[in-house]
Write a protein that binds this ligand. Structure first.
Ligand code: FES
Ligand code: FES
Length: 160
């Protein structure tokens, strides 16, 4: 069946199989390789994208039901002002090693900051926000530091 999706600001039409996931469509049909295949069962968060502004694990979403929806991926969000801040903070805090998990973290952190799920930047708040994302390399400490850095920057510029 054919679905029409707004992907990273542009409308596209894609023919999808009934069993096909959003992850498949983004990676294999649209060649957006920032969306990572990790576990395929909703456990690792590496495939996280925004669906109508909310983070979802795209490996668990069937594309056939998405006609008319809006999808944003990490590579697109990384070019926004907030996304650039997050990427820079991750780099400055040494929070990236192999990098495989980072697109998913970027989307999750972006959504949590936008929605107010992360507001104060304390450990509990950040841990809750990123609990659906797994990183095998960093041990999370530097990722949490990076989020705190972004929160401090946003406070300093008076952003809501
Ligand atoms: S690949 Fe989707 S949550 Fe792991
Ligand atoms: S940096 Fe390697 S999995 Fe996170």
């Amino acid at each position: 069946m054919r679905v029409r999706l707004r992907v990273n600001g542009s409308w596209v039409e894609v023919d999808v199989e009934p069993h096909e996931t959003l992850l498949n469509v983004l990676r294999d049909r649209l060649r957006i390789r920032s969306v990572k295949y990790g576990c395929g069962i909703g456990e690792c968060g590496s495939c996280t994208v925004l669906l109508n502004g909310r983070p979802v694990t795209s490996c668990l979403v069937l594309a056939a039901g998405l006609d008319g929806t809006s999808i944003e991926t990490a590579d697109y969000l990384a070019k926004t002002e907030l996304g650039t801040r997050i990427v820079n903070a991750l780099l400055l805090e040494g929070a990236i090693q192999c990098g495989y998990c980072i697109p998913g973290f970027l989307v999750t952190i972006y959504a949590a900051l936008k929605s107010g799920m992360i507001r104060r930047g304390d450990s509990t708040e950040i841990a809750r926000a990123i609990s659906g994302n797994i990183c095998r390399c960093t041990g999370y400490i530097n990722i949490v530091k990076a989020v705190r850095r972004v929160v401090a920057e946003l406070v300093a510029i008076g952003a809501d």
